[in-house]
Design a protein around this ligand. Sequence first.
Ligand code: BGC
Length: 766
Amino acid sequence: MKKQIIAIGIALACTACSNSEDKMIYKDPSSPVSERVEDLLSRMTLEEKIGQMNQFVGVEHIKNAEATLKEEDLHNNTANAFYPGHTYKDLEKWTTEGLVGSFLHVLTLKEANYLQGLALQSRLQIPVIFGIDAIHGNANAPDNTVYPTNIGLASSFDTTMAYRIARETAAEMRAMNMHWTFNPNVEVARDPRWGRVGETYGEDPFLVGAMGAVTTRGYQGDLNSENDVLACVKHFVGGSEPINGTNGSPADLSERTIREVFFPPFEQNIKAGAMSLMTAHNELNGVPCHSNEWLMEDVLRGEWGFKGFVVSDWMDIEHIYDVHATAENLKEAFYQSIMAGMDMHMHGIYWNEYVTELVREGRIPESRIDASVRRILTMKFRLGLFEHPFADEEKSMDIRLSPQHRQTALQAARQSIVLVKNDGILPLSKDKYKNIMVTGINADDINILGDWSAPQKRENVSTVLDGLKKIAPNAQIDFVDQGWDPRNMSAAKVDEAAAKAKKADLNIVVAGEYMMRFRWTERTSGEDTDRSDIDLVGLQNQLIQKVAQSGVPTILILISGRPLGVEWADEHLPAIINAWEPGMYGGQAIAEILYGEVNPSAKLAVTIPRSIGQTQIIYNHKPSQYFHPYATTPSTPLYPFGHGLSYTTYNYSDVVLSKSEIPANGTLKASVKVKNTGERDGVEIVQMYIRDRFSSVSRPVKEMKGFARVELKAGEEKEVSFEITPQMLTFLDVKMHPVVEKGEFIVMIGASSADKDLKKASFFVK
Ligand code: BGC
């Protein structure tokens, strides 16, 4: 195989240098990318161009899917696929014919190099671009570093860390010959039923935009080196507020909400240089996002100046016809999507044939096809695929799972785990708690890796049980295994844990959701895994309650990709840790926090409701939202956005403003002094919110406009300042024009979004 690759590489290089008559500009790396693109485009047949716009799943994926999936299930399956009536041999042939532009779901370097070798046998030797869902590290492929998922990373409020993770992920991807990650997901999560909350950076547009933009920059670098990969911002748009909480159900949103809540993170990421974007499964106000010209052309390209390419989501162009029914057949769906601005089809057969027909019939101008192919080829050149089509199998593992990357994963986990309740039992005393009973579905399972992770080698995963054994080697640990499957827990095992709980000094229950993709239908959270409640599944509540009834202190640890309404536990247990999906070193990081080796610092990037009936519960709601509170239950969340405890305490001074009025086109400074008043060093995430007191259109009661991670030694005090700009005060007036209106603005700075945690001051716009 290797010899074959080298031979093709030489052939490619020689064609570039040998033909003096026909100057193959596209093969000359010293020519400008735009000239290379035009030269190549001028040599391509219509079929080859349309092939560049098409993506397929890899051959190993097809073989697995054929073995596990029936043809009638294909329609509803967004994780597995094969192509009915065709075998992987056909796909290999199309690749050698230059009719395949991209692959996804190729999970080994061997296969990637093999498929690339086939593509380079094609007439023009155009390399394929490999896309993969490297959402938290290149975790979806085996033997890579697995960092916390986005919701945990956002809870660290650490943009520097997010950038570093993106750089490391890019290096691990290129070491596997992967060039394009389907991340960052910059959807604003506004419904806890939706199974994909864990993939997002939470509910706040400002935080989502900031985390997404550094991630985009980290992946892409200057899109010029062998360590850079293409970012893909997704899913455009509105699917994170699905009408019934299920993935892909309609989004029915006002233009105001779209522009003020959902668009800003996308726009920010486009401005940060993101060169690809994925449209959303859902329809938006009646128009499928995949045939939505307003989104792709007017807003994305027109208003924001996007120069990259748009890729469809999984079979979603097909769904314009067979789900949304706004096209009468598949060919019409392809037509609508392309004419609305789509560049690449994920994924499958029929595309090449029907789109070719549409051009030949004169319905789609060839110039429209050229525009898409130009965008795609530009990325292939910029990523250096023509010069470096393969990755070196021998060097791959020098980069993947390197000690430095592992260290980053551990540090990121420490920073992403939120201590939501602590009555003082934590940090644990090793002297006091010598016999510990550990139980729960997530105590010792690789599920701690989170969604979008392949089953990584067991020795590369630290579970909570592993972590406890490492950090408290002298404790006697009695582990009562509840299995991994929340739907199939055993009442006898629950009773066994309850009985053993009485004999312990301390009980730790590790509960939550099940997210692993390789058990697609058994999951309780993740893509296409939505719920009509946010309670713990199965016998988990019983387990917690029976263990707690022992009277022995019981701590709850949640591993989950979505908010869970653990109200009973909040009332009855002394401590709760929300660890989200903390990745490969999650167990160690949790144990370090339990024992105080690490002082927790993370804060919630999403509101935790008490129950699903509180949906939609968000901190940046409108003033009238709780004018009439609920009659029989509280209107407050279980834990507010921005909440998270530490083992030290912080004191905030009053807010000092540099001026009482913000000058036209000027700024003002808002400062507080934050003091670590406890006995331990810590990191405090200081949050700044603003409210427009009176406005011509109702405005949220507060909106985050700044945050800072501040390291404070015990006893240390620091001044923390935020610059307030007119842009932060801008909103859309009744005619949808951006305005800053005169009057009072309240600036709030503090430890969470809850009023009790905020110091306030007012300034004016005149
Ligand atoms: C998901 C996308 C993902 C794609 C490829 C789809 O089902 O919605 O987020 O990038 O599959 O795996």
